[in-house]
Ligand binder design. Structure first.
Ligand SMILES: Cc1cc2nc3c(=O)[nH]c(=O)nc-3n(C[C@H](O)[C@H](O)[C@H](O)COP(=O)(O)OP(=O)(O)OC[C@H]3O[C@@H](n4cnc5c(N)ncnc54)[C@H](O)[C@@H]3O)c2cc1C
Ligand SMILES: NC(=O)c1ccc[n+]([C@@H]2O[C@H](COP(=O)([O-])OP(=O)(O)OC[C@H]3O[C@@H](n4cnc5c(N)ncnc54)[C@H](O)[C@@H]3O)[C@@H](O)[C@H]2O)c1
Length: 577
């Protein structure tokens, strides 16, 4: 059953009145709708079942559920054990499972390692905990900034293990919540590695012994097996002096000097953590610029705000071709550097530790894609079309098999994985859906944060040239924002690229305080196809950082008579109302 606006309100009411989190609504009669509410606020852990009148929204009854919550929905097709099996229970698999249950599907997830996958256990969640704690240390140590606010603090110290514990406890909490949210909805969690046996059949069991495990069938299958760190050849990972984010997140020690290979998201976020806690950083980047995937102007400003003024330097245009691990505090790690273009060895470096942050590789080992006539592409990703349907070796659709998240390589972000999961479920339910990846925001949680949605200025200029449309570029500074100035955080910039003929928003980039939160007004505008003519009429509370975007939208001007008419009608609207 789809979650209507009315039942959406009921969800909130159910959550407020008794317990949370709340299950999807289940229609029990024409006028009544039932919710299952976990972990009630009165202190017991027993779930409650609350029935509300659909139109009056009054609570009709509430009773404690003593039996284990059984499967909420029955498989609609008796030929199969489930409507949907999801292989891999990271955020992608989890998002797909929640949406599938909401559609009334009977769902099982098969998880080979840990529920929550990379994001919860070895990615977004622990890294943001480290960034939160180390960010505070940076702030308290910044005597000049504090003094400008009239504050003085004594010496600032931190407990490395305490910060590491904060991250690991957060992981446990979030992973536990994620697992319980599935159980409460009646999703079966089958532990083991999944192996495709055909378009409707999956075997699961211990790695290497999957064939001896269980077998389940479903009408549809989603592959959501995620990714693992990519380590270039010649770099042996010892987990102590040469490591990836998997090890670094445990914060087992703080080297005096770390070389980070790769200046992408992981490299930048860890440089923020390390330098706040007193470690010096050298980036080794293959491309000619650091942060090569960022909008150039934003990358230049990021360099000023996130690199210069911190104990960070960098080598660009070089790759680490050979790394020899060391012994902490005894023997340094030796890195051989090779020019990326000429392939000639140009230098060697000795550092205390090396962190490898050179991207992630899809994890599809043991999936047995051949069973559905498919195979991974050159880089190991599972090929899919825009509806997340898997394509076979000839480029034809494999009916009933989908792949979402890092494993398909379309956009390696947590929220992209779960949005793709929702999209795949919509498609299998017969409602064609295509996720607009250009509306998916991204953020780097450094201090200050960097965020963006859509294309870079370089790409927008290319598109404008190719397609012959006039391009508008507008910018606003955090320096003109009262809230940012009150915080003494005036460093930052927002910029937007848009079509001057239609008002279509092509890309928005922000660097500055809370940039990761601010980007959503722009990403939602792109997703809902709001133009600059529409969005400039939105009202923003004063004084807030959101006014940085308000200013940005108000600066944009469209050029055509059609657009001018649209603006005029917008202005008339409130008068008529
Ligand atoms: C350090 C770090 C920080 C990050 N920070 C952010 C961030 O701030 N924001 C953001 O959006 N993204 C972030 N990411 C990226 C984000 O973690 C991934 O994009 C996201 O986890 C992808 O989700 P997924 O569901 O596709 O895969 P995963 O989360 O990798 O989950 C896949 C799951 O499938 C399981 N699996 C694999 N093969 C099988 C099999 N055959 N059978 C059964 N189970 C299997 C795995 O055990 C795993 O649990 C970060 C990543 C890292 C490494
Ligand atoms: N805040 C977030 O959303 C967040 C945080 C961390 C990770 N992630 C996700 O995790 C994924 C992996 O992050 P990442 O930072 O490892 O990858 P990335 O793709 O963001 O950056 C990798 C960098 O390494 C460089 N590189 C690659 N091979 C190299 C080599 N041999 N020598 C030197 N440099 C080399 C690349 O040019 C690039 O700049 C990303 O796709 C990202 O989407 C997201």
């Amino acid at each position: 059953m789809a979650l209507s606006t009315k039942s959406g309100n009921l969800v909130n009411r159910c959550a407020k009145s008794s317990a949370r989190p709340v299950s999807v609504p289940i229609a029990v009669s024409r006028n009544a709708v039932k919710f299952i509410c976990q972990a009630n606020l009165l202190g017991t852990n027993a779930p409650y079942e609350s029935v509300f009148n659909k139109s009056s929204r009054h609570l009709i009854s509430r009773q404690k559920i003593t039996a284990r919550l059984s499967v909420v929905a029955k498989s609609t097709d008796t030929k199969y054990d489930y409507d949907l099996i999801i292989i891999g229970c990271g955020v992608g698999g989890h998002g797909a499972a929640l949406h599938a249950v909401e559609q009334g599907l009977k769902v099982a997830v098969i998880e080979g390692h840990d529920v929550g996958g990379t994001c919860v256990n070895r990615g977004c969640v622990p890294s943001k905990a480290l960034l939160a704690a180390s960010g505070r240390v940076r702030e308290f140590k910044n005597a000049q900034h504090l003094k400008s606010l009239g504050i003085q603090v004594g010496s600032v110290s931190f407990d490395r293990q305490g910060i590491a514990d904060h991250a690991s406890q957060l992981v446990q909490n979030v992973a536990g919540n994620l697992q319980r949210s599935l159980e409460a909805l009646g999703v079966d969690i089958l532990m083991g590695n999944g192996k495709l046996m055909g378009p409707h059949t999956v075997k699961y069991g211990k790695p290497g012994r999957v064939d001896l495990g269980g077998e389940v069938t479903a009408k549809d299958i989603i592959i959501a097996t995620g990714s693992v760190p990519f380590v270039p050849p010649g770099i042996p990972i010892d987990g102590k002096t040469v490591f990836t984010s998997d090890h670094a997140l445990k914060l087992e020690w703080l080297p005096n000097w770390v070389a980070i290979i790769g200046s992408g998201y992981i490299g930048l976020e860890f440089s923020d953590v390390y330098t706040a806690l007193g470690t010096e950083v050298t980036f080794i980047e293959a491309m000619d610029n650091i942060m090569p995937t960022f909008d150039r102007e934003i990358a230049r400003l990021s360099e000023r705000l996130l690199i210069k003024g911190r104990p960070i330097d960098y080598r660009t245009g070089v790759i680490a071709t050979k790394v020899t691990p060391g012994v902490p505090g005894v023997k340094p790690v030796v890195i051989e550097l090779t020019d990326f273009k000429t392939k000639k060895v140009v230098d060697t470096m000795e550092v205390d530790a090396v962190m490898v942050a050179t991207g992630r590789a899809p994890f599809t080992t043991g999936l047995n894609l051949q069973a559905v006539g498919a195979e991974t592409d050159r880089r190991g990703f599972v090929p899919v079309n825009e509806k997340m349907q898997v394509l076979d070796t000839k480029g034809n659709l494999v009916p009933h098999v989908y792949c979402i998240g890092d494993a398909n390589g379309k956009y390696m972000l947590a929220h992209a994985a779960s949005a793709q999961g929702i999209s795949a479920v919509e498609n299998m339910c017969g409602r064609p859906h295509v996720l607009n990846h250009l509306s998916v925001p991204a953020a780097c949680f450094t201090h200050p944060e960097v965020s963006f949605v859509g294309v870079t200025q370089e790409k927008a200029e290319e598109l404008a040239k190719e397609q012959g449309f006039p391009l508008g570029v507008v910018k606003t500074s955090f320096k003109a924002n009262s809230k940012a100035l009150a915080e003494k955080e005036g460093d930052g910039l927002a910029k937007m690229m848009y079509r001057k003929d239609t008002g279509e928003i092509l890309g928005v980039h922000i660097i500055g305080l809370h940039a990761a939160d601010l980007i959503h007004e722009a990403s939602n505008a792109i997703a809902t196809k709001q133009t600059v003519q529409d969005i400039k009429f939105n009202v923003h509370a004063h004084p807030t950082l959101s006014e940085v975007l308000d200013e940005l939208f108000k600066q944009a001007h469209v050029e055509t008579p059609v657009a001018a008419a649209a603006v005029a009608s917008k202005i008339k609207e409130p008068v008529a109302a």
